[in-house]
Design a binder for this molecule. Structure first.
Ligand SMILES: Cc1cc2nc3c(=O)[nH]c(=O)nc-3n(C[C@H](O)[C@H](O)[C@H](O)COP(=O)(O)O)c2cc1C
Length: 268
């Protein structure tokens, strides 16, 4: 499957965008331990477009983090476009990712994040405006819908693709589910089958075996890992070894010295 950005493996393992977690030091550690792609925390398009220094600082990254996507959110297509243009000009990441998945109240109250999923015309307008505003690849991250009554990940994903999304990540829960229940991997399979752009599966990956199982179950183009990487950045390398049928590199030998030591290694 052809990704819109260059990536080292045909089946990439992606560190998920996570507010308060996927910051530059953690992204560097995960790249070091096998994440093929990393994504920033979600960044407010309003904050970017106003040029707020604290917000701009959240987007800084080191060259070793590439390929990296900067994830932006917002419910106003014009502001999203302006933000995408500024991200491109100021930081030149490898791609811009649009957040249509965030369930947090203060974001969805303004129709941002998964709030957009209630209005597919809005989703389409945002994707088109962002595509027009940047020459970088534009990807999207969605949930399966707003709630059970509006749950239709294939339809949502098809509309995103039509609007110009160049890759799509599905976290197969609705907004109302938040993080409850199991991620529905059948929905990842259905979306991967329906789309021609790469579909990255996300949800409930805790072990290398889970990576192999999701790939097998969903036939997706890549896998994104969020909570499974907490305190366990070597999950990426271990999963890669299992995917490629290699002996485990025991990358976490000396794990007891932990992430602090890893960070020190990175500095050296
Ligand atoms: C602490 C935390 C922060 C998150 N922040 C974001 C975010 O900024 N943008 C986003 O698209 N998803 C965010 N997510 C959702 C994750 O990217 C992912 O979709 C979700 O956790 C399911 O994957 P998992 O089962 O591997 O954790 C966040 C999740 C967590 C736990």
């Amino acid at each position: 499957m052809h990704f819109p950005y260059s990536v080292a493996h045909d089946f990439p393992l992606v560190l998920a965008p996570m507010a308060g977690v996927s910051e530059s030091p953690f992204r560097q550690i995960c790249r070091r331990y096998g994440a093929d792609v990393v994504v920033s925390e979600f960044i407010s398009s309003v904050g970017i477009s106003l040029g707020i220094e604290r917000v701009l600082a959240e987007m800084r990254f080191e060259p070793v983090e590439r390929p990296i996507g900067i994830q932006i959110y917002g419910a106003d297509a014009t502001i999203m476009a302006r933000a995408a243009g500024m991200v491109t000009e100021l930081f030149e990441p490898d791609f811009v990712d649009i957040n249509f998945g965030c369930p947090v109240k203060k974001v969805v109250r303004n129709n941002g994040g998964s709030g957009c999923l209630k209005d597919m015309n809005l989703v389409r307008g945002i994707i088109r405006a962002v595509r027009d505003a940047t020459q970088l690849p534009v990807t999207v991250k969605i949930r399966s819908g707003w709630d059970e009554t509006q749950r239709d990940p294939v339809e949502i994903a098809l509309r995103c693709q039509e609007a110009g999304a160049q890759a799509l990540t599905l976290h197969p829960r609705t907004r109302t589910q938040m993080y409850q229940g199991a991620a529905n991997w059948d929905e990842i399979a259905a979306v991967a089958q329906a789309l021609t752009i790469p579909v990255i599966g996300n949800g409930d990956i805790r072990t290398p075996e889970d990576v192999v199982a999701m790939r097998h179950h969903a036939n997706c183009a890549g896998i994104m890992i969020a909570r499974g990487s907490f305190g366990n950045p070597w999950l990426f390398a271990e999963a890669r070894d299992l995917l490629e049928g290699r002996a485990n590199r025991l990358v976490h030998e000396g794990a007891s010295v932990g992430v602090a030591a890893t960070a020190a290694t990175l500095r050296d």
